[in-house]
Design a protein around this ligand. Structure first.
Ligand code: ATP
Ligand code: FE2
Length: 332
């Protein structure tokens, strides 16, 4: 089976072709805003501008591996969640491909794609997933026939919170890696608000308090304290989800997962609990076309395709709204 998938929920336009066992090709064009954060309309214009050339290059790469467009069985696209204008642009490209190749469309939930690629590319089989990216922060696990959200942010995603604090400190975008670098030279931990409500998280107060703290404390100390506080919050929720579900694996997903300190804290927690900790290769952690193509392949094989009429995008598509048709028998 060959599935072509297109990702474009935010700043990354990325398309890939996969089989059950192999990535045939992947081509990515990243939108880089001139200043500040993402402007949804500009990002969408970027995707529209590059869609045709990305697909052309993808087909050229696939051809080198002996795969022709006529062999493709389905077109997957990120249906949501994400920025409306970006999603619509990508869906339009997917519909055109689906019509011209005469193959079905597959509407993929972006968050679930982050999970499925992690399960594909690591030994994890049935993990508790900590998914921390720019816009999203969720603790997810498969239970009772669906991917359930055990805890999530009540305001902004951890990546956006880090970026927001970094912008205030005049650090270039994206702020996450810069904060990580400064944190390494810290001398002292300063107290910042730790906000876990039940199983849910809140980061906006932390960002505000950290920006305030910069008036009195060195940047290195604030970056360090920010990381220690925010990461302890997400690790606490992941740990409680492990205890609650009785699962034995933790999988890290999303762009913030690049952070070494976060990995170290999760690893310590897993060791203490006798759980395995898995992190996929970095190229599979941020947004990528391969994760959409691969999840699309799982869906396609379980008969989960879309008619054109049902292919509308859903900017607030929830992880727990997805009908999971492709999962192995649930372990008990
Ligand atoms: P999504 O659409 O899933 O919300 P996204 O498009 O915002 O994702 P990702 O690539 O998953 O993008 O994640 C980007 C975020 O990851 C940015 O906010 C960035 O600051 C953060 N990030 C990247 N590297 C690091 C790091 N080393 N430490 C902390 N945060 C990081
Ligand atoms: Fe993402």
């Amino acid at each position: 089976t060959f599935i072509l998938g297109i990702e474009g929920t935010a700043w990354n336009l990325s398309a890939a072709i996969v089989t059950e066992t192999e990535i045939i090709a992947e081509v990515t064009e990243t939108y880089k805003p001139i200043a500040g954060g993402i402007h949804p309309r500009e990002a969408a214009q970027h995707h529209a501008k590059y869609a045709a050339s990305v697909i052309k290059r993808l087909f050229a790469e696939a051809k080198e591996k002996g795969v022709e467009p006529s062999e493709i069985d389905g077109i997957a696209f990120s249906q949501g969640p994400g920025l409306g204008p970006c999603l619509r642009t990508v869906a339009t490209a997917a519909r055109m491909l689906s019509i011209s190749l005469g193959v079905p469309l597959i509407g993929v939930n972006h968050c679930i794609a982050h999970i499925e690629i992690g399960i594909w590319r690591t030994p994890a089989t049935d993990p508790v997933v900590l998914y921390v990216s720019g816009a999203n922060s969720q603790v997810i696990s498969y239970m009772g026939g669906q991917y359930r959200v055990f805890g999530e942010t009540l305001d902004i995603g951890l990546g956006n919170a880090l970026d927001k604090f970094a912008r205030g400190a005049n650090l270039p975008h994206p702020g996450g890696p810069k904060i990580e670098a400064y944190a390494k030279d810290a001398k002292k931990y300063i107290h910042l608000p730790y906000v876990v409500k039940g199983m849910d998280l809140s980061f906006s107060g932390l960002s505000t308090a950290a920006s305030e703290a910069l008036k009195k404390a060195p940047l290195e100390d604030v970056c360090f304290s920010y990381q220690e506080t925010a990461f302890a919050m997400v690790v606490e929720v992941a740990e409680r989800a492990l205890a609650h579900t009785g699962k034995k694996e933790v999988l890290l997903a999303g762009g913030v997962g690049a952070n070494t300190r976060l990995r170290e804290m999760l690893n310590d927690m897993c060791e203490a609990r006798g759980a395995k900790f898995y992190v996929p290769e970095k190229r599979f952690m941020g947004d990528n076309g391969t994760m959409i193509a691969y999840t699309g392949l799982l869906m396609y094989k379980s008969g989960n395709t879309l008619s054109l009429e049902d292919s509308r995008v859903n900017p607030s598509y929830r992880t727990d709204d997805v009908k999971v048709t492709w999962i192995r028998e649930e372990e008990t």
